[in-house]
Design a protein around this ligand. Sequence first.
Ligand SMILES: [Zn+2]
Length: 494
Amino acid sequence: MIRVPISRALAMALALAIAWSPAPAQLPSLGDSYDLTPSAERRIGERIARELFRDPDYIDDPLLGEYVQSLWQPLLAAARARGEMTSDLDQRYAWRVLLGKDRTINAFALPGGWLGLHLGLVGVTTSRDELASVLAHELSHVTQRHIARMMAQDRRQTPWVIGAILLGALAASKSPDAGAALITGGQAAAIQGQLNFSRDMEREADRIGLGVLTQAGFEGQGFVTMFDKLHQASRLNDSGAYPYLRTHPLSLERMVDMRSRQPLGERPAAPRPDLEHALMAARARALSSGGVELQQALVREADTVPADASPERQAATLYAGSIAALQMRDAARAARYLERLKPLVASHRAGARIARLMSAELALASGDADRAQAEAGAASLRPETLLAAQAALRAGRPEQASQRLQTWVTVHPADGTAWQWLANAQSAQGQALRAIRSEAEARVAWLDYPAARDRLRAAQEMVRRGTTDHIEASIIDTRARAVESLFREQALER
Ligand SMILES: [Zn+2]
């Protein structure tokens, strides 16, 4: 799980524990290890996820999100097929991966089936098999209910306090001076113990994860090459950039175990060249929280990439350089890299699409909203939909943006970002009542029920002052009642 710089984590945990101080009767009882019900665990996870959604480091990048889903969904299906995931857990847990901009190499499982994945980790993987191996390992911590067991094992702390400690640790792990706050002392070590999985749990997550990984159609070698990569990195680098290692101890035993489970006669092969993965890892590097220094480095790499490097490497370097240049507001430079990228990916379906979407992003940033909308195209996929809607809005055609987003949220009602853009489009059309309801739906999607309730109350007040939109008024009443009960449920868990 996560690195715990203890002073801030503890301070936050205590503050939260007090704020949440539970009446004993409302606590899930802590008897045997499974007494923490999946529903209770899910609610703890939702409280943590709610904070993550608000965190400025949380990133909803449609392309990276879609790519991670393309690995995550087959892993979930494989876990179901192998009987690792009971239907109870399947229904009650969130099974969602949230991306963080953090450039450190980290991934972690939270209570209730929420996973955190740092762009820093995505950025160092060289194949989809490697990234999938990390997801399969974390997924197996969840299906084996390691978190519930860990929480239940420690009777000194209520699950809610452990949830608070996790939250504090998450907040503190991103602090730039986190390295200065490493764990020392007995009490801190005890808390560190609560947050880390045991060696047995790590071994179990490796073995079950490997089965899930290969059943889902990925190469089991992904585990081996990922371990090799982490192992080598840990020998060269102990600057705190590898929190994953601190929380998932990489013993020689685990490496040998994974190697020995590969099919006989297969040696750790170099990862298969994979243009789509190379581009997505490059995007993760470019969007991670490295600041101007990182952007300048990526631009330098794009300027100096050797012409005899593999096409995947050239394409990835140019793509990262183009995104970095755009972030530095140098659109001309971004366009130059993109022009060099296009011929390298033209014959590759996913690669050509990624280049076309980059072209749309560039056009939007350069103020050419018409071209951005045209480049984004009409496909009913998330990156296309959100980009085209943004472009339509910028071009002064909010009705087109509304239409497209309305269709999208009808099928994907939990998409907070789409609801927020829809609110902007409706607002630009002068549809104040609808806009405020869409804003409320965005807050529901981000699990922020108090904010959703406030907006729905404001909408009801608007209706009382007179409206002709009776259909919307009746939807608002229905939603206000539903959100009120979600709000109460969340408030009860203090
Ligand atoms: Zn682990």
